[in-house]
Design a protein around this ligand. Structure first.
Ligand code: SF4
Ligand code: F3S
Length: 106
């Protein structure tokens, strides 16, 4: 499955939601996750994300390994999101900031 990693935090552009054919994104306060059992590995979301937050699990940078489990766990508690919405208000400011893990709200 594809995995949403750290660059999404505090941005949440949701362009990924718009292109996903199976609606397998789930939405938290400042981050989205992919349901690993629903993702069909089509790859459409990866180039759609302005922050390059999405990776196939097998090519996820090792520093973000933790996000595999975060996607699997949070997709079970967060609501499904099926339509694109406005990014978070400070998305542009946070887009290129590294080490945003501490800001992840659940
Ligand atoms: Fe959806 Fe395809 Fe991305 Fe999986 S790879 S989350 S099915 S757009
Ligand atoms: Fe996040 Fe990128 Fe989607 S910032 S909401 S993974 S388009």
């Amino acid at each position: 499955a594809y995995v949403v990693a750290e660059p999404c935090i505090r941005c949440k552009y949701t362009d990924c939601v718009e292109v996903c054919p199976v609606d397998c994104f789930y939405e938290g306060p400042n981050f989205l996750v992919i349901h690993p059992d629903e993702c069909i590995d089509c790859g459409a979301c990866e180039p759609a994300c302005p922050t390059k937050a999405i990776f196939p699990e097998e090519s996820l940078p090792a520093k973000w390994n933790e996000y595999v489990q975060l996607n699997a766990d949070l997709c079970k508690v967060w609501p499904n999101i099926t339509e694109k919405k406005d990014p978070l208000p400070e998305a542009e400011q946070w887009k290129d900031v590294e080490a945003k893990r501490e800001y992840l709200e659940k």
